[in-house]
Design a protein around this ligand. Structure first.
Ligand code: DC
Length: 224
């Protein structure tokens, strides 16, 4: 196994931005597991399946494949060979991913792929259950979080740049719902692994968070 860094945390905590930057600094591969759940969500939406239809979801999983390739160091998610990466970052797809990730068959479908990627290289992998479930032996685990307000404000700023009608209240509500869904599901819910470092980034900027993770990495490496 290479060196594995696991980053878990709630929606909007900045996991992917931070993980991408840390991966680039360390020459690690960045694995975005949320994108895999999002790709399956696209598949369910395309097939007219709603989040409550557990049987149809299980059925729809049997004939579909999710795989990952890297182009110029960027993760691309393939759904039955089709590159769906450009379709994944909408609120609808995110909400569908959260609502369907509660099902055991959905999670099992992606687990081997996630573990295989981590076994083959030095990776920094982000998600909800990486430190607790997917990579319990990761050498460094971070629980990256921020207050609901800080996360909603960051997302609002990001969205306002593209859409002047961005609605702060709706974004905050969405984050609260997603937290509730991800933290309270029966299988592999979002929680801090016992051996994870808790990092509240509410009062930190991106460079400070990156520097702190690099510092933690160096100290783990030195201690290993
Ligand atoms: O990180 P994200 O917003 O792209 O993830 C979308 C949803 O996928 C998230 O709300 C819950 C689910 N997910 C999960 O259950 N486990 C993971 N390791 C990653 C994501």
């Amino acid at each position: 196994m290479g060196f594995n860094i696991a980053i878990d945390g709630p929606a909007g905590a900045g996991k992917s931005t931070i993980a991408k930057a840390v991966a680039a600094k360390l020459g690690f591969i960045y694995v975005d597991t949320g994108a895999m759940y999002r790709a399956l969500a696209v598949h369910f939406i395309r097939n007219g399946i709603t989040a409550g239809e557990a049987d149809k979801i299980a059925e729809a999983l049997s004939g579909v494949s999710v795989s990952i390739v890297y182009e110029d160091g960027q993760q691309q998610v393939l759904l039955d060979g089709e590159n769906v990466t450009g379709l994944l970052r909408t609120e609808d797809v995110g909400n569908m991913a959260s609502a369907t990730s509660i099902y055991g068959p959905v999670r099992e479908k992606l687990l081997d792929l996630q573990r295989e990627l981590a076994a083959s290289a030095d990776v920094i992998m982000d998600g909800r259950d990486i430190g607790t479930h997917v990579l319990p032996d990761a050498q460094l685990k971070i629980y990256l979080t921020a207050t609901v307000k800080a996360r909603a404000l960051r997302r609002f700023k990001e969205l306002s740049e593209k859409d002047s009608a961005a609605d702060y209240e709706a974004i905050e509500k969405d984050i609260i719902n997603r937290d509730h869904q991800d933290m309270n599901r029966a299988i592999a819910p979002l929680r801090q692994a016992e051996d994870a470092v808790y990092l509240d980034t509410s009062e930190m900027d991106i460079d400070q968070v990156i520097a702190e993770i690099l510092r933690l990495y160096e100290s783990r490496r030195a201690g290993a």
